[in-house]
Design a protein around this ligand. Structure first.
Ligand code: CA
Length: 223
């Protein structure tokens, strides 16, 4: 999952990025409205976290332009305390949710998970695939009733493959949707994680195929 943080408060942006990175989301950061507008015109995101008070181009303008480009891209707006008018205006412009500052990070993360569940998983609590089922809010994978223990990285990869089930996902797409590959040798590391993931879901009806030169494809065999 790929998230864009649009926030000019550097310490706040920093802590947000750190916690989302730990949750294994791919995170980009734009520190003013103009930069955000540029990035949004060139890149798709699963979720946008948008502060309204921004330099260069305010959050309302960023939202309005994004809605003209992509009416359905999920946006969570951050507003100052007591700014009821801002909240209403934000929702009128098509924000999907809002959060009032100051807030606790775990609460924002819960809102992000809820919004992603609505927008990325069609509001479903559990997504079934063959003998596996994925708890979209808790971000846990089950084989029957048994939980499969995935590392954060494996979970990130699994989510990306599950969202595009039955389709080929390139290594590039996987790298984009994850965070912090700078320290690892991208391609090889992906292979290692795919290998581990395969071992953990082995023996069931779901498999991850290598499509040579193109990427990976996850699907369930027909019974
Ligand atoms: Ca601000």
């Amino acid at each position: 999952m790929r998230i864009l943080i649009i926030e000019d408060d550097v310490p706040l942006a920093d802590s947000l990025i750190t916690s989302l990175k730990q949750a294994e989301y791919g995170v980009d950061w734009a520190k003013d409205g103009q930069e955000a507008d540029y990035v949004l015109a060139h890149q798709d995101y699963d979720l946008i976290v948008l502060d309204l008070g921004l330099p260069k181009l305010d959050g309302f303008q960023v939202l309005k332009r994004q809605r003209e480009r992509k009416p359905h891209s999920p946006v969570l707006v951050l507003t100052a305390r007591d700014a009821l008018g801002d909240r209403v205006k934000g929702l009128d412009l098509g924000a999907d949710d809002y959060m009032t500052k100051p807030f606790e990070l775990p609460e924002l993360e819960a809102r992000i998970r809820a919004l992603l569940r609505r927008t990325s998983w069609g509001g479903k609590e559990r997504i079934g695939l063959g003998n596996l089922s994925f708890d979209a809010s808790g971000r846990r994978l089950y084989c029957g009733e048994r939980a499969i223990d995935l590392s954060a990285r494996e979970l990130g990869i699994f989510e990306i493959l599950l969202r595009r089930v039955g389709k080929v996902v390139s290594k590039e797409q996987l790298l984009e949707g994850l965070y912090g590959w700078e320290g690892e040798t991208g391609d090889n590391a992906i292979e290692v994680y795919i290998h581990r993931l395969r071992k953990k879901i082995d023996g069931g009806s779901v498999s991850i195929l290598t499509v040579r030169g193109l990427g990976y494809l996850m699907d369930a065999q027909q019974a």
